[in-house]
Design a protein around this ligand. Structure first.
Ligand code: UFG
Length: 332
């Protein structure tokens, strides 16, 4: 298939581009490099053994999208391009809605104009908000607690409504839990700018001696060791989930939302210990106050994704930490 990957130079997009290329798809990446390094497309080519096309443009740029659709004639689109910092979203909500919601709309309009009816959208488990039940099934109520989560939920709604109006549309919105790790080649990975917001990249930088210690945000949650429990998923498993979702979108019309997680929980302290083992380094940490907005537990029920696509996560916590450490060790 000819596949347009928006945000394809980003963290999850770059790993997905590799998996698509290796599966034999033709890929064009559209990225504005707002949160990606310039050499990522070359690195993707080095890992995959062949290159993706590149269009440097913003997903909110309708003229650029029209050009890509005219030239490349994509049969499917995987849409990652967007802003993703939960804290920043609360400070500049209009910018988040402009890029994430208006950008997605512009893309869908370009798809509609070109007759492209296969879409995989990058959503997030954050659309569930505070969970009523664990593990979280797709039928759980949707009540995001911040503008980032709302931007994802709004796009899901737009895709659902588009599917009702256009019965030929095949669309899958993937609700990711906590993506971590890197490609085992260590040629691509997550390169946060400034202080990492997320646990794994922060732990990796402490192991590398770049930061003194990890702040563990609360040890008084209702969990076995009192620290937050999350469903971490290896980014390569997540990339493979996109390949499966694209096949599902191409297999027939309909709009579906699917969880992408492992269904297994890992606490902050377990993550630190696993990373110590993977890196062979001691990782200093201290307990601090809870981070506002954090929930105690977030765990996927991944059964529906498996049932619909046959996909299931294969890589364990040790592989997530080993691959993240190899990537971190190659950074200057
Ligand atoms: N944590 C720490 N110290 C840190 C960073 C995180 O103790 O320095 C803890 C958090 O309190 C939480 C766990 O580690 O218990 C995981 O935190 P992350 O920031 O790595 O991930 P979140 O679950 O908070 O957020 C992720 C994505 C968001 C998404 C959210 C809900 O980063 O984009 O899941 O799906 F919105």
């Amino acid at each position: 298939m000819r596949v347009l990957v928006t945000g394809g130079a980003g963290y999850i997009g770059s790993h997905t581009a590799v998996v698509l290329l290796q599966a034999g798809h033709e890929v064009v990446i559209l990225d504005n490099f707002a949160n990606a390094e310039r050499d990522v497309p070359e690195r993707i080519a080095a890992v995959a053994g062949r290159a993706a096309g590149l269009e440097e443009a913003d997903v909110t740029d309708a003229a650029a999208l029209a050009r890509v659709f005219a030239r490349f004639r994509p049969e499917g689109v995987i849409h990652f391009a967007g802003l993703k910092a939960v804290g920043e979203a609360a400070e500049v909500p209009l910018e988040y809605y402009r890029v994430n919601v208006a950008g997605s709309l512009t893309l869908m309009q370009a798809m509609a104009a070109a007759g492209c009816m296969r879409l995989v959208f990058s959503s997030s488990a954050t659309v569930y908000g505070e969970p009523d039940a664990i593990p979280i099934p797709e039928t759980h109520p949707l009540r995001p607690t911040n503008p980032y989560g709302w931007s994802k939920r709004m796009v899901e709604q737009i895709v659902e409504d588009w599917g009702r109006a256009l019965p030929g549309l095949g669309a899958v919105t993937l609700r990711y839990f906590n993506p971590v790790g890197a490609h085992p080649s260590a040629l691509i990975g997550e390169a946060p700018r400034g202080t990492p917001n997320n646990l794994m990249p922060f732990v990796a930088q402490v192991a590398a001696g770049l930061r003194p210690r990890v702040s563990v945000f609360g040890d008084d949650y209702d969990t076995p060791d009192g620290t937050g429990l999350r469903d971490y998923i290896h980014v390569m498993d997540l990339a493979e989930a996109h390949l499966a979702a694209l096949d599902l979108a191409a297999a027939g019309p309909g709009v579906q939302a699917l969880n992408v997680g492992t269904g297994r929980g890992c606490s902050v302290l377990e993550m630190i210990r696993a990373f110590e083992t993977a890196s062979g380094r001691a990782i200093a940490f201290g307990i601090t106050a809870r981070r506002p907005g954090d929930v105690a537990v977030s765990l996927a029920d991944p059964a529906l994704m498996r049932q619909r696509t046959g996909w299931a996560a294969r890589r364990d916590l040790a592989a997530m930490c080993a691959d993240a450490w190899r990537w971190q060790s190659r950074q200057s």
